[in-house]
Design a protein around this ligand. Structure first.
Ligand code: GCU
Ligand code: CA
Length: 483
């Protein structure tokens, strides 16, 4: 189920002096575009979860979600309905602080050909990576023997731009593991999709890609292919690191920046109370870091292995944030980690640039209602389809839109009307009253999309905007409203 999340005004809190250390000159690393996401308007995709952990998208936009403690893999479709894909047996949690279970998920970069989904999970003996297909849920181990413990299990999976699978691990509560190249704990690992070791890994024959990590749960790449990872420190410094093949990140000899030549220092350090960074995603060269203890989302411009100054958003709005992933349609999804069935999956629309950018409402997305079918048979639409009403008078395409304040709003309607029959008329009914009417001229072809702008009065909060056909040929095909 989905509903609009009422969240406090977008909080862009800048950091106090001494709370974060950016080693790069912040001037040098500007965000690729000053945009980001509409963090004031979250859309809850799912609620009632307990510690959702892994999140990965199929190419068609459906979302796979893992629940850590139950081992369940769920698949969410565009309208927010879910089905259970399967269940992976995981050890029963040894108290509330047990970090083991079903953790990261990743979708094969060749999903259309091979159908593989990858998962990281704990057993009684180890942590391991398995793969399965959605139709035939028979998890096949592809990397086993990663040391497991009640705490410090890493668990993030991500395919890199090189097509290899990267795996984050924790030191499994034995700090010596992190410097031990024979142990898979306290590492970032890199394997081929079939589990074999790439020939160009830094330590011949070993999946170890980088070492000296305490507990890494976030992994992402910038537009130039540089890799970054978020890491939990012990009690002094959490980290955002630039990851390079074969590099040693210092744990347990140093936490945070030690300045010693044999260790690579972090790009950014945070106090654990403000961070405890788990999931990491990079969009348009801005890193989004989900903070558990810090209960906020850190945003950090990154580029070519350097980082700019961190800024926090969503502070105190969602509680603990575990997972951050961008969907194929460009929306940013977060999963919370508050437990007790209180967890949600929430997503945010990308912003185009300025602060008064319109919000896009797709005709195919609930709570929108289409008196007809959601079709996708004509190219060029936005989102995953459009509303095709029957060719009958009084049929409608209805949207629920949210306004920050009451007043006149400009509404741009995306449509196609390839009919040779000419323009089609519609009444614009807002919150039950007809406020204006408009007409949609022919666009020449059903895959030629155009826009029509109307001005309507809106109340503060949710409003329904209903387009109602005034002619016997129904509405044109309606794609979206920009409000
Ligand atoms: C065609 C077209 C539909 C459209 C319909 C109409 O059938 O494929 O997408 O809705 O015409 O005239 O309304
Ligand atoms: Ca139609």
């Amino acid at each position: 189920m989905r509903r609009k999340l009422a969240v406090a005004a977008l909080a862009i809190a800048s950091l106090g002096v001494g709370t974060a250390v950016a080693h790069a000159d912040p001037e040098e690393v500007e965000p690729a575009q000053q945009a980001g996401f509409d963090f004031g308007n979250g859309q809850v995709v799912a609620e009632g979860h307990s510690i959702p952990w892994g999140l990965a998208f199929l190419p068609d936009g459906r979302a796979l979600v893992s629940d850590r403690d139950s081992g369940t893999v769920l698949l969410y479709n565009e309208s927010g309905a879910s089905e259970v894909v399967g269940e992976i047996e995981v050890p029963p949690p040894d108290g509330p602080w047990d970090e083991r279970g079903l953790l990261g998920l990743a979708v094969s970069p060749n999903y259309e050909q091979d159908g593989y989904v990858y998962a990281f999970h704990s057993t009684d003996q180890d942590n391991r990576v398995v793969r399965f297909t959605i139709d035939d849920f028979a998890p096949e181990p592809i990397l086993t023997g990663i040391p497991a413990a009640r705490n410090h299990d890493g668990g993030r999976l991500a395919f890199g731009p090189d097509g290899n699978l990267y795996i984050t691990t924790g030191d499994a509560q034995d700090t010596a593991n992190a410097q031990d190249l024979q142990s898979l704990a306290g590492k970032i690992l890199r394997i081929e999709p079939d589990g074999s070791v790439p020939a160009d890994n830094p330590f011949a024959g070993s999946p170890v890609y980088s070492y000296g990590h305490r507990n890494v749960q976030g992994l992402a790449w910038d537009s130039s292919g540089e890799m970054y990872a978020s890491e939990f420190g012990e009690d002094a410094w959490d980290e955002l690191n630039h990851i390079e093949a074969g590099a040693n990140y210092g744990w347990p000899v140093v936490e945070g920046s030690g300045g010693e030549p044999e260790f690579t220092d972090p790009l950014i350090t945070w106090r654990p109370a403000e961070a405890s960074p788990s999931g990491l995603e990079i969009v348009d060269d801005v890193a989004y870091v989900g903070a558990l203890r810090g209960e906020r989302l850190w945003t950090v411009p990154v580029s070519g292995g350097e980082a700019g100054e961190p800024t926090a958003v969503l502070e105190g709005t969602l509680g603990r944030i575990r997972t951050v992933e961008v969907a194929p349609d460009g929306r940013l999804w977060l999963a919370t980690s508050n437990g007790s069935g209180e967890d949600i999956l929430v997503r945010y629309q990308p912003l185009g640039g300025g602060s008064d950018d319109p919000m896009r409402y797709e005709a195919e997305d609930a709570p929108a209602v289409c008196d007809g079918t959601i079709d996708a048979n004509h190219a060029g639409y936005s989102g995953s389809g459009f509303c095709n009403t029957p060719n009958t008078i009084d049929t409608a395409s209805q949207f629920t839109v949210t306004a920050d304040s009451a007043g006149e709003a400009t509404v741009e309607i995306g449509f196609a009307n390839g009919s040779s029959g000419g323009a089609r008329g519609a009444d614009v009914v807002v919150n039950g009253s007809t406020v204006t009417s408009t007409s949609f001229e022919s666009t020449g072809s059903w895959s030629a999309w155009s826009t029509k702008t109307v001005t309507v009065p809106l109340n503060e909060g949710d409003n329904t905007i209903r387009l109602v056909a005034t002619g016997w040929d129904g509405l044109p095909n309606i794609d979206y409203l920009d409000v």
